[in-house]
Structures are given as C-alpha cells and as structure tokens.
Design a protein around this ligand. Structure first.
Ligand SMILES: C[S@@+](CC[C@H](N)C(=O)[O-])C[C@H]1O[C@@H](n2cnc3c(N)ncnc32)[C@H](O)[C@@H]1O
Length: 213
C-alpha cells in the first residue's frame, strides 16, 4: 500500500496528459458556488484568504478569486497547474497564487479563512485521513471554514462500480466511498459541521461546509 500514493500521483498526471478524467474541467460545481457565496458573505470587510487543495484545472480557484478571496491554488501535478493558469487567464481571474506540491507534505501558516477540498480527501487512505484533516485544520484561521466534497456510498449509481466494500484500488489509485455517518464522524474529530448536502440531482458526492471547531 505504501507505493499507492506514488501510483496515484502518476494516475492524476496521466489523466491531465491524456485530457481524460471524470471530473469537470471548467464549470464550478453548483453546490460549491452556493457554499462559497455563503462563506464570502461572512467577510464584509477586507479580503479573506482561501486555499483550493488539489485545484486541478482551477475551476474552484477561479470561483474563489472572482468571489474576492486571496486565493492559493495547490496541486501536485504540473500539468494541472499549467491548465489552471490557462483557465484563470482566460477567465480574467487575477492574483491567484499557484503552488505545485503535495499538500500532505506542505507547510502553511494558519492564514486561511477558507479551505476547499473537492476530490482529494476520498483518495486518502483511512490510516492517514485524520492526519490529513488535521493539516487542513492547521492552515485555517480560528473560526475558518472548510468545504469538502467527496464520494458518497449512498448513491443510486453505486451498483455500477461493482465493488463489494466502501473502497477500491482502481487503475493505480485509491477511492473511498463514504456513508453520511462515517463522513460526519471523521469530520467531527476536527470540525463543526454546518451544512451537509447530498443533492438529488447528482448523488455521487457529499458536499459539506465545516468550521474550525
Ligand atoms: C478529483 S481531482 C479534482 C480537481 C479539482 N479540485 C476540481 O474540483 O476540479 C483531484 C485533484 O487533486 C490533486 N491531488 C490529489 N492529491 C493531492 C495532494 N496530496 N496534493 C496536491 N494535489 C493533490 C490531483 O492532482 C487532482 O488534480
């Protein structure tokens, strides 16, 4: 299993090189648009700071920058950062700080009012997930917000996955599918859960708004 994170990084790199992956490239996810708006409204003055962990092509980094956050966009795949820079320029999203690196190994001071993780946490092995969430906790300011989107076990499409348990190792990477109960339990070790969204339109993901407890 220890090699899995290396093959996982290569899996992501190949997806960008081939231009084939299962998550959207351009449009931000609707639930995140609403949640970012909700968080932004809490900061009436000044410019809050946000980090987009595993930014991919930058669709949520662009959303953050355009919503008035000082934005850090982090991804460990060079091709993803290149794409994110391209789409940021195309969308005239200014001032995004792009950082290439493995978030699990990076050091940030607690400077962020908001962290977003869309699609990284569910690739973290169970043995490492508490440390990973603690790392997010530690980059947040006191009372900082955290938006997480991850695979749901409670999807009608689950049967299509043809797996018999809540995780799989697939094409060199790890996928974990969370029940609402398990996700709440693990998040509540570090955060206060404010909104828990499981959309009927697309029930493959949970979207959760948390606050540093
Ligand atoms: C499922 S994609 C989602 C991309 C983006 N968040 C979005 O919503 O479109 C996951 C992204 O996280 C990146 N990633 C995964 N693990 C990471 C890590 N430990 N550090 C930095 N980036 C990571 C991958 O390279 C990939 O771009």
């Amino acid at each position: 299993m220890s090699n899995l994170y290396s093959t996982q990084q290569r899996f992501f790199q190949k997806s960008y090189i081939k231009g084939e992956h299962g998550w959207p490239t351009i449009e931000p996810t609707k639930e995140l648009v609403d949640l970012v708006k909700f968080v932004r409204a809490r900061f009436k003055s000044g410019k809050p700071a946000a980090i987009d962990i595993g930014c991919g092509s930058g669709r949520h980094s662009i959303l953050l920058a355009k919503s008035g956050f000082v934005t850090y966009a982090v991804d460990y795949v060079a091709e993803a950062i290149k794409e994110a820079k391209y789409y940021a320029a195309l969308n005239k999203a200014k001032g995004i700080k792009f950082v290439r690196g493995d978030f699990s190994k990076m050091k940030f001071s607690p400077i962020f009012n908001l962290a977003i993780d869309y699609g990284v946490f569910h690739h973290i092995l169970e043995k490492d997930r508490s440390i990973y969430l603690k790392r997010i906790y530690e980059v947040l300011k006191q009372d900082g917000f955290f938006i997480i989107s991850c695979f749901s076990l409670e999807t009608r499409r689950y049967f299509e996955l043809k797996i018999k348990q809540s995780w799989r190792v697939h094409e060199g990477h790890y996928d974990k599918f969370y029940s609402a109960k398990e996700l709440l339990t693990v998040l509540q070790e570090h955060f206060k859960v404010i909104k828990f969204i499981h959309s009927k339109d697309d029930d493959r993901m949970f979207h959760v708004l948390c606050r540093r407890a």
